[in-house]
Design a protein around this ligand. Sequence first.
Ligand code: NAD
Length: 302
Amino acid sequence: MNNSEITIGFLGLGRMGAPMAGNLLKAGYTLYVHDVSPDAVAALVREGAQAAGSASALGRLCDVVFTSLPTPAIVREAALGPDSIFIRGKPRVFCDLSTSGPALAKELSAALAPQGVACFDAPVSGGIKGAREATISIMVGGPEAEYESVLRPLLEVIGKPTHMGETPGAGQTMKLVNNLLGAVAIGVTAEGMAFGIKAGLDPARMIDVLNKSTGINSATRDKWPKSVLPRTFDFGFAAALSLKDTKLLMDEAEAAEVPLPLGRIVQDYLERTLAREGADADFTAIAKVVEEAAGLDPERKE
Ligand code: NAD
């Protein structure tokens, strides 16, 4: 199939979905889109997409359907609910780019594979910038044959895919591991920075040193320079979504009898961040919770 023969549907045009859908458009694919936000749909239509009007219409019109939705419950509803993608049509490939956990990936595959749908979980990492620049890492679980013949070329348009295996949920498991490391990096960076600042060190100089020392991590490299040092706390990943990911991980780990004490600490930091900053808080605002506990003023301008 070349780009003009394959019709793609994209459901969920948020911070990650919109730029990913935009990259498929730029690559010349015919793209139908849907989102509960009319503004989000209008923005993609301006870029050349066509509005499907509903999830079920998207399913009727498209060969391949991607989802990039906030929670597992919303993904389940989109795939299996009363107005879902598979109610009126039969896309032959379904690919969930959301972080929705291995349990849902298994449930969707069990429901859709017997209907002849190649079902993939393909969560992403790399943030909004990575989604815009098509550099996000994509961790894929699902059938190898359809991955190679249909999905991989599409995923290479939106990022850098790695096939983790045919077991449903293999991509989601990898993503939860990655998110644990990313969230712990924020927590431990916040702790180290608070300790240094209270002792009188300059925060910008600390980050500079960490980035050329063994303490370097994704928080010191990206999150502090962009969103914590300037005190904007706007990295682009909601604390609520990070908490959802951490809870998914903790549930899976408990079922697998793998103790994850660092995961528990990060979950607590995220819950306190939401309680302090409200439902829209960015996950970099963990730094404020840690600073407050250290007796620093989290509202100061650096
Ligand atoms: P977002 O909240 O910005 O976007 C979600 C979109 O889904 C919104 O446009 C919303 O209107 C739409 N939506 C909600 N319910 C819907 C429904 N029933 N039908 C159609 N559309 C619906 O979220 P995001 O940051 O783009 O994240 C999407 C997924 O990607 C999440 O699973 C998140 O965990 C994951 N993720 C996000 C980032 C990030 O940096 N933001 C990075 C990696 C992974």
